[in-house]
Write a protein that binds this ligand. Structure first.
Ligand SMILES: [Mn+2]
Length: 272
């Protein structure tokens, strides 16, 4: 089996949700094993403290992800952890360094082409979460169940030779308020970057991978998540930033090429 590393200037991952049973920690760790980068940004909700508080769930794959991050740091990758709302307690440690992992409230990443990007989890946009945390906790538990259920449905579909189907995205696509929420979220974060004179924003939180250039040239990138969409944002040597998907990378396959993620394939919000 080949183990050629995919080299990127920077890698941005968010919403791994370690501690949640729906986390695809195994795939996230395998992805990290296949990539090489200078800075690695962990853009929040890496550890799901909300979920761990209600039920301790920490299988070996979740350790594997943590070990992989620490190993990269030890080998010289600059690792920046920007906590999200599910691991917000880590925000108290902003400015500190744990085993080579720098903790920051947000960061500004300078790309190879000189463009500067605001890197933040994004929940600061989400007034709803601040106001009604309980609702959002209940919401994300229901979402987890949905994901697990959906996997079982798809295992059955595969046995029948049918294509997999995303139950939650089918439901969520129909929810207008979710769309409005996403639009507001994206708008808010673009505005944050603009106000600071930056060239774009790289965020997570809403579990919706996206890369889009606004009319004024501002770049909006959402890393997606490692629950359903299994995506990350990467910076190429020329400074181009792209969202790539684990499946498109052919990680685990031999000799498969990298392809950019079809935005349409990416999955949606909630559990944010
Ligand atoms: Mn979040």
């Amino acid at each position: 089996m080949t183990t050629t590393k995919l080299k990127y200037r920077a890698v941005f991952m968010s919403d791994v949700h370690l501690g949640a049973s729906a986390s695809s920690a195994q795939e996230a760790a395998t992805f990290l094993k296949r990539v090489e980068c200078e800075p690695l940004y962990l853009v929040g909700d890496i550890i799901d403290m909300w979920r761990l508080r209600s039920r301790w769930h920490w299988p070996e794959s979740h350790n594997r992800f943590v070990r992989r991050v620490l190993k990269m740091s030890k080998r010289g990758t600059k690792v920046v952890f920007i906590p999200g709302n599910h691991d917000e307690h880590a925000r108290d440690y902003a400015g500190l360094n744990f085993g080579g992992v720098q903790i920051a409230r947000s960061a500004v990443h300078t790309a190879a082409d000189g463009r500067r990007y605001l890197v933040t989890h994004g929940d600061e946009a989400d007034v709803v979460i601040r106001r009604a945390r309980l609702i959002s906790v209940l919401g994300s538990t229901a979402y987890d169940l949905l994901v697990v259920l959906n996997r079982q449905v798809n295992a059955a579909r595969r046995r029948l030779g049918r294509r997999p189907w995303s139950l939650s995205s089918a439901i969520k696509h129909k929810v207008k308020s979710a769309c409005r929420h996403i639009a507001k979220f994206e708008e808010f974060l673009c505005e944050q970057a603009r106000a600071r004179g930056l060239d774009g924003v790289i965020c997570g939180h809403i579990h919706k991978a996206e890369q889009r250039t606004e009319a004024d040239g501002l770049l909006y990138v959402n890393c997606g998540d490692w629950v359903e969409s299994l995506t990350a944002a990467v910076e190429h040597d020329d400074g181009t930033i792209r969202v790539i998907g684990y499946h498109a990378l052919g990680v685990g396959d031999v000799g498969a090429d990298e392809r950019d993620l079809e935005a349409a394939e990416a999955d949606e919000p909630v559990a944010v």
